[in-house]
Each structure stands twice: as structure tokens, then as C-alpha cells.
Design a protein around this ligand. Sequence first.
Ligand code: SF4
Length: 329
Amino acid sequence: MRIVSGMRPTGKLHLGHYLGVLKNWIELQKEHECYFFVADWHALSTSYEEKLNLKKLSRELIKDWLAAGVDPKKSILFIQSHIKEHAELYVLLNMITPLGWLERNPTYKDQLSQMKHKDIHTAGFLTYPVLQAADIILYDAEAVPIGEDQRPHLEITREIVRRFHHLFSCELFKEPKELLSPTPKLLGLDGRKMSKSYGNAIFLSDSSEEVWQKLRGAKTDPQRVRKSDPGNPEVCLIYDYHKAFSDEETIQKVVEGCTSASIGCVECKKWCMASIEKVLEPMRERRAAIDDEAVEEIIASGERKAKEAASKKMNQVNKAVFEISCEVE
Ligand code: SF4
């Protein structure tokens, strides 16, 4: 299958991103033709006031992907705003997308109420599902890996495809299906959502020392005051991290040791650290081997391939819209 997925360049990636997105991408690239893009135009839809250096952030994001194991020999990596066909198709799709579809989008309403600290009453934010539709159908994606909350967006994409086909009597696009990934939510080390702005995240680029300092200060079962108090792993964040990163044997040892008070929290955190390091250490090695020049070459090569597919599709789209001529291969 051909798969398209993007990520916004808003800063360093953390373990939550790894578990929720990158781990899945790394699996998908083994079997499918994957287009992974830096969604820099999407970043502007909510962060247009923040003066982000999107050029720099986009490169850093790609470095994080490469360090995590996304393989440019298997996947096509590119930056959205470098392929102008995304914007061209977005304009055309905006012409045919009823406003009601966008205003009724439950994610739109949710985000308006959640992001009260930002002014996102903009055309760009309302219409970002249209840009997403363009990102996906431009490459004839057959499937898109999404979380449950993005289902309404993908439905809007499919509705736009059907509307285009009906209006221009030309079946140019594929209707993408969803690849629902069970994304385990990893909370930050203070129990809130893991986020750079809360200062509670373990970043993929953290050193061993930084990881340990963060784990050492993390909250555990509040009832377990002394080592001799039996604990309850189910209410402990460190146990969540064990479930995400440790093997079955270690998880079992944690449950037994914690509930019988035969291990202390420092020991338990050391085991947790060892499991996380099994993921982060290879990332550090890969990161050390990537220089800026290599990143630029990877972007240039990905863009050549993305551009070729996108411009071919836009030729067909423009024929359908401006010449009422349907040329489908
Ligand atoms: S022993 Fe481990 S699971 Fe139990 S409270 Fe301490 S850190 Fe949490």
C-alpha cells in the first residue's frame, strides 16, 4: 500500500512521539511505500504568531526521524511547503468544500475550546482538514495511520474525494482508508500530558544523564512513603513507563517487588532507565552519524520523488477542472 503521514515541526520529539507515531512508521516502512512529510504549513495553522524558525525546526525533525530509525532508503521524506502542489490542490479543494463540513468537524470545535490561549479563529485553521485532504490524495495514498481523534478528518477527505469525482465526472483520487494505530498514551513525568512546554518530557535526544535526572525526580505511588511500604504499581507513572518499554520479565519483577515492598523505587527506576536506554542508545548512535549535509541530501532526494508524483497528479487535476477532460491511468 501507499501510505502518507506527516508531523508538525514544533520542537524536539519525545518518547510520547516515539510510541505514538514513529514506532508505527518504522514498522510500516518495512512493508509499504511510505511518504513521510514535515507539515510546516500545518504548523502555521496554530502557531502563526510564534515566529517559529520552521526551516531549522523542519531539519531537526527529520534528524529525529532518522535517529529513531526512519529509513530514507525505504521511505520518501520531504518538507510539505517545498512541494507547491499541496497548496495548489488545497486551493482547488477549498472551492468545492462546503463550509458546513468544516464547521461541524468535532476536532475543530474541541481545539477552539482547548486552545483558548491562542487566536485560531482563522481561515487557515478552519480549513486545515482541506489541506490534509490535499496532502493525502495528491499521492494516491491508500491508507493513513491515524489516532481515533483524527477519524473525522479522514472522513472529510473521503467526502471531498467523492464530491470532486461527482462535480468533475472524473474518478481521479483514491479514497484513503484509516490504519488505526492503538497509540498508548504516555504521560509526562509529573502525571500531566507529556509536553515540551510542561518540562515533563524525556526527549529522544536526551543524554543518559538527562534521562536519569528526569526519572529520578518522577512521581511514584504517593502512598509508598518508605521502602517498607508495599506499593501499588497501577497508580505509579514509572510502572506505565515499564509497560511501554520493559520486557515481560521485568514488568513481572516490578509488580512482585513493588507490592511486596522487596524493591525500592530507586531500584525500580534504574530498571526503567535500562529499558528506555535500550531504545535511546541506538538513536544516539544513529544521530551522531548524521550530519547536516546528509540531511539536506535526504530531503533533496525525497523531494524529487514527491515532486514527480505530485506534479503528475496535478496535471490530471488541472485537466479535469479547467478542461473538463478526464485522464485517469
Ligand atoms: S516500586 Fe516502582 S512501581 Fe512501585 S511505586 Fe516505586 S517506582 Fe512505582
